[in-house]
Write a protein that binds this ligand. Structure first.
Ligand SMILES: NC(=O)c1ccc[n+]([C@@H]2O[C@H](COP(=O)([O-])OP(=O)(O)OC[C@H]3O[C@@H](n4cnc5c(N)ncnc54)[C@H](OP(=O)(O)O)[C@@H]3O)[C@@H](O)[C@H]2O)c1
Length: 229
């Protein structure tokens, strides 16, 4: 029997992460999907794909929680690691009016913590596997029109940390991806966003999986097109 690919999706309770879990199940991956607290929506996907989906718990800002997840998953080889979790606070604020705690929370959740997950799990990702982190078009310094500036700066910081990781792991055989899903209607994206989840996530998964076996760092959109830093 052919071996099923395994994906670990970090942050899958709702929104894009929930849709990633469903899409990978539909593609017959074995999916390990994390939540911070129970998600009825993810439970419903688990009921539809009982042989495919395992639900785990982790808060990426709590290093002990991530370490505990690593211990529970010790010995599992991942084909894809996809860190999706993120937050957007103080969307329309500027450096002069943002509450420091909100800016720090975004830097912790969107930049440091995803990369800490990558650092802690990279040794479990197969040699021809994929390490993907959900970034944003807004994290592109070249393309950002001046929108959501504090959130955007946390995604630019994420991109820098992943670029530095790729330098430390020069010659690594895995694909290292920063993924921009487009502006999508979720709690974070709001109803004003251009895309439905269905118009983004199936493309995101196809683009990410098309990168398997292609070593090196790339910042890509949902169609796999390279974005400017
Ligand atoms: N929607 C867009 O237009 C868009 C565009 C570009 C990039 N993105 C990025 O895509 C990712 C998902 O966004 P979304 O639109 O789906 O947002 P969302 O609907 O607000 O969902 C955010 C997800 O992240 C999880 N999360 C937040 N903090 C966490 C933590 N400390 N530990 C573990 N999980 C945590 C949430 O879990 P809880 O349910 O426990 O809060 C939830 O599952 C984010 O990284 C976001 O920045 C979104």
């Amino acid at each position: 029997m052919a071996k099923r690919n395994i994906v670990l999706i970090v942050g899958a309770s709702r929104g894009l992460g929930l849709a990633l879990a469903e899409e990978y199940c539909a593609r017959d991956f074995h999916v390990i999907a994390t939540v911070r607290s129970p998600s009825a929506a993810l439970d419903r996907i688990a009921a539809r794909f009982p042989a495919s989906l395992t639900i785990e718990t982790a808060d990426i800002t709590d290093v002990r929680s991530v370490e505990a997840l690593r211990q529970r998953l010790a010995g599992r080889t991942l084909d894809t690691l996809f860190v999706n979790a993120g937050i957007c606070l103080a969307r329309d604020d500027t450096p002069k009016d943002v509450r420091e705690q909100e800016f720090l929370a975004m830097m912790l959740t969107n930049a440091l913590s995803p990369m800490r997950v990558v650092e802690l799990f990279e040794h479990q990702v197969s040699r021809n596997g994929v390490i993907a982190v959900m970034s944003s078009e807004l994290g592109s310094i070249a393309h950002n029109p001046g929108a959501w500036e504090l959130y955007s700066s946390s995604k630019a910081a994420l991109n820098m940390l992943m670029a530095c990781f790729s330098k430390r792991y020069a010659g690594d055989s895995r694909a290292l991806l920063l993924v921009a899903p487009g502006w999508v209607r979720t709690e974070m994206g709001t109803d004003a966003a251009a895309l439905s989840i269905e118009e983004s996530i199936p493309h995101v998964v196809a683009a990410v999986e098309a990168q398997a076996g292609r070593p090196g760092l790339r910042f890509i959109d949902r169609h796999g097109k390279t974005l400017p830093w």
